[in-house]
Ligand binder design. Sequence first.
Ligand code: NDP
Length: 429
Amino acid sequence: MSPIMRPNSQALKQRSLHETEREFGGTLGAVCIPVLLPLTVLFLISVSRSPEASLLQWPPVLPSTHQLWDPVALVLLLGWIALHALLYAMPLGKVSEGLTLRDGTRLKYPINGFLGLCVSGVLLILLLELGAPLGSLFELLLPLAVCAIALSFLFSIYLYIRSFWAPSHALALGGNTGNPLYDFFIGRELNPRIGNFDFKYFCELRPGLIGWVVLNLGMLMKEVELRGSPSLAMMLVNSFQLLYVADALWNEEAVLTTMDIVHDGFGFMLVFGDLAWVPFTYGLQASFLVEHPQTLSPLGSLTIIALNGIGYYIFRKSNSQKNQFRRDPTHPSVARLETIATATGKRLLVSGWWGLVRHPNYLGDLLMALAWSLPCGFSHLLPYFYVIYFTVLLIHREDRDERQCRAKYGLAWDTYCRRVPYRIFPYIY
Ligand code: NDP
């Protein structure tokens, strides 16, 4: 046990019990979500490859045990995580500091996720050259998801138990209600680490996110096996999502100021989201296309590419503008923007992208999400699962962020809301 670790004080538990508001439906949500979401992952994968691909079918398709379990999947998953843990720990790339913590310290984080993506790409090319059957990932999708779900549970239990030895200042304020079910779900410890290895930061952008595009490539190779060449629809889905993942990793440093890193504890919600939900549901369009090929017209393809481009432009520009403003408000690219003062000393942008709506980055993200589904045509609802789910997620996330900002900035936040009345969609919401 590390010398700085000691059991948390009862006082903190009591204080946060009364002061923090429970999220995601409180205890009921904390009990239902860990049961329902893993089942949803397995259901969606099963449905995406069924001939009907109907989200509304009842009873749902029940996969047999041999479809759910394959030891090869476990070896692949553990090997994949070990590879990325190794790449994370290598002294390559720059090291950045996170925001100042409650005890006044700042943690250090390696910025080498993009390198992890490049190394993964080179390894995959080598494997393809050696004739590795990457298309088999299609058959392994269910067992891989089962292993990722099981791992998420085991890892979250470990995180919950070890959090009792973390110092009180290292706990997330929202994750210490004293209700074990809720705290397990939402996460007690803010930045659980072994030495310099930060579990939350590692899981946020590496094994799951890079795993997602590798699975997509597997679906593309399956299409090649079945039909001789990849379809345009499959190539669009693969390239759009690769761009998204590459962008996240290229701008890895920006994750250090997100709600996930700064505010949320590391519990089942984030572990499952990072390791199981993202890789196995965000790429459903690709697995759908394997069994449901689509033909795209040149005009249709160009429209979809343009939509993804516009979404990406809004997403990237708005995120970069805020990040630049938070890092250095005197930088020439942001110095002329109109701002309002807050009692904390920080200012809020009221012009530029952040004067258009209160979350322009979510708007761009949602336009891209739509562009990822459109190559799958209009015959099925399933490929639109992501954009529907993501709209709900971002509306909920926007609401959480608004509440946190109102608590942080008080009257200044209300002034901002009056100046910029729409949250995500101009003139709509
Ligand atoms: P945001 O990048 O939207 O950051 C919100 C924070 O920005 C606020 O808490 C506040 O923090 C600051 N802020 C808000 N308004 C202003 C303003 N007017 N001027 C200056 N600062 C302001 O947070 P997220 O982590 O939610 O999103 C980051 C990106 O990740 C987004 O593009 C989002 O779409 C994407 N995302 C993707 C997900 C996925 O599953 N694909 C899931 C979640 C997010 P402060 O004032 O303290 O700096």
